[in-house]
Design a protein around this ligand. Structure first.
Ligand SMILES: NC(=O)c1ccc[n+]([C@@H]2O[C@H](COP(=O)([O-])OP(=O)(O)OC[C@H]3O[C@@H](n4cnc5c(N)ncnc54)[C@H](OP(=O)(O)O)[C@@H]3O)[C@@H](O)[C@H]2O)c1
Length: 346
C-alpha cells in the first residue's frame, strides 16, 4: 500500500471539551455517492486505511451519505482500530416519499444516533452533529436530547452544521458545542462575519466542509466537463454553465499562483483554509490515495499575509456567480429557531 511517510500530521484540540483530532480530516461522503455512483468498498477501505496510517484520523460521515452505506463502510474500515480514529457523524436531514426534510425532534435524533452506532458498529460516536437546523422547534429541544445522549455515553461531543451565530449561542448554553461544521473555502466566506467570531468567543472548533470548492479548486473546467449525470454537483448554481463560464477564472488565477509557489491548486486552496487558524480543521473529501497524499501535502505550505490577500482577491465581490448551495433555504442564513418560551406554551 502506498504511504506518505515524509510528513507527520500534527494533532490539534478541537473545541474546549478535550476532543483531539488530526490537523486535517477526511471527508468520506463521496465514497458512497453524491459525486457520481458509490465507489467500490474494497478500494474505499484502502483509502481509509491509508489515511489512518498517515495520521489523518478524523473521519467525517453522516447517516444521509449513501444514504446509510457510508457509515457502514466506515464501520468496516475501522474494525480493530477504533482507538486510533475520531468518528464524526450527523443526523437531521431526512427523506420521506423522496422529499428532503429536516428533523430535530428528540425521538428522531435519538433513533438516528442509535442507528448510526449500529451501522458504525461502535459504542460511542466521538462527535455528533446536527446536520441541519430544524427551524420548526427551539434548538434547546434538540440539544436537550443530545445532552442526554452524552450523559448516556452514546456520544462524546456535540457539533452543529450550518447554524447561525444566535443558534450556536443558544445551543451552547444547553451543552457545550465542540465544533461547528460549515462550508468554508476561497469562494465561500459568508461565515466569516458572524459565525467564526462567535465560535472563537465560545471556544468552539471550526470544521470547514467542501474546502476544495467541491473539487472546483482541484480540477477547474475539467471537473465540469467530466461530471456524470448522477453527480449532485450538476445541480449546484455555481456549476451551472451560465455561472461557471464566469467562475472558472477563479481557478485559472489559483492555478497560476500554484505554479509560482511550486504546489498544486488543491494544495494552495487547502493551505488558505489551514491558515485560518489552529482551531480550524478542514475535511477535504477524496476517493483516491493519490489525491489524499496531495491534500496532506498542503500542511507544509507556508503562505504570507500577501499570499493570503492575493488568493482572497481572486474570489471577492462579483467574482463568483451563483449561490454556494443547492438548498440555500436550509443553510445557516435560515437557521434561527423559535424561542423556547413559545414552544413550551404550546
Ligand atoms: N455539513 C455539510 O452539510 C456537508 C456538506 C458537504 C460536504 N460535507 C463533508 O465535507 C467533506 C468534503 O466536502 P466535499 O467532498 O463536498 O468537497 P471538497 O472536499 O471541496 O472536494 C471534494 C472533491 O474534490 C476532489 N479532489 C479532492 N482532492 C483532490 C485532488 N488533490 N486532486 C483532484 N481532485 C481532488 C474529489 O474527487 P476524488 O474523489 O476524485 O479525489 C471530490 O470530487 C465531505 O466528504 C463531507 O464529509 C459536509
Amino acid at each position: 500500500m502506498e504511504r506518505t511517510t515524509s510528513l507527520t500530521v500534527p494533532r490539534i484540540k478541537l473545541g474546549s471539551q478535550g476532543l483531539e483530532v488530526s490537523r486535517i480530516g477526511l471527508g468520506c461522503m463521496s465514497m458512497s455517492g453524491n459525486y457520481g455512483p458509490p465507489k467500490p468498498e474494497t478500494e474505499m477501505i484502502k483509502v481509509l486505511h491509508h489515511a489512518i496510517d498517515t495520521g489523518v484520523t478524523f473521519l467525517d460521515t453522516s447517516d444521509v451519505y449513501g444514504p446509510l452505506i457510508n457509515e457502514i463502510l466506515i464501520g468496516k474500515a475501522i474494525k480493530g482500530m477504533r482507538e486510533k480514529v475520531q468518528i464524526a457523524t450527523k443526523s437531521g436531514i431526512c427523506f420521506e416519499d423522496g422529499k428532503r426534510g429536516i428533523c430535530g425532534e428528540p425521538a428522531y435524533v435519538r433513533a438516528c444516533c442509535e442507528a448510526s452506532l449500529k451501522r458504525l458498529d461502535i459504542d460511542c460516536i466521538d462527535l455528533y452533529y446536527v446536520h441541519r437546523i430544524d427551524t420548526q422547534l427551539p434548538i434547546e429541544v434538540t440539544m436537550g436530547e443530545l445532552k442526554k445522549l452524552v450523559e448516556e455515553g452514546k456520544i462524546k461531543y456535540i457539533g452543529l452544521s450550518e447554524a447561525c451565530a444566535s443558534t450556536i449561542r443558544r445551543a451552547h448554553s444547553v451543552h457545550p458545542i465542540t465544533a461547528v461544521q460549515m462550508e468554508w473555502s476561497l469562494w465561500t466566506r459568508d461565515l466569516e462575519e458572524e459565525v467564526v467570531p462567535t465560535c472563537r468567543e465560545l471556544g468552539i472548533g471550526i470544521v470547514p466542509y467542501s474546502p476544495l470548492g467541491r473539487g472546483f479548486f482541484s480540477a477547474g473546467t475539467k471537473l465540469i466537463e467530466n461530471l456524470p449525470d448522477d453527480d449532485f454537483r450538476k445541480s449546484f448554481p455555481r456549476f451551472k454553465p451560465e455561472n461557471f463560464k464566469h467562475n472558472k477564472q477563479v481557478y485559472e488565477k489559483l492555478n497560476l499562483m500554484a505554479a509560482r509557489k511550486g504546489c498544486t491548486p488543491s494544495q494552495l486552496a487547502l493551505a488558505w483554509v489551514l491558515h485560518q487558524g489552529d482551531d480550524v480543521c478542514p475535511i477535504p473529501g477524496t476517493t483516491k490515495i493519490e489525491n489524499f497524499n496531495e491534500n496532506v501535502g498542503a500542511l507544509s505550505i507556508k503562505l504570507t499575509a500577501e499570499d493570503m490577500k492575493e488568493l482572497e482577491s481572486y474570489a471577492s465581490g462579483d467574482d463568483v456567480k451563483g449561490e454556494r448551495h443547492v438548498y440555500m433555504s436550509s443553510t445557516w442564513i435560515n437557521s434561527e429557531t423559535p424561542p423556547l418560551s413559545s414552544w413550551k406554551a404550546e
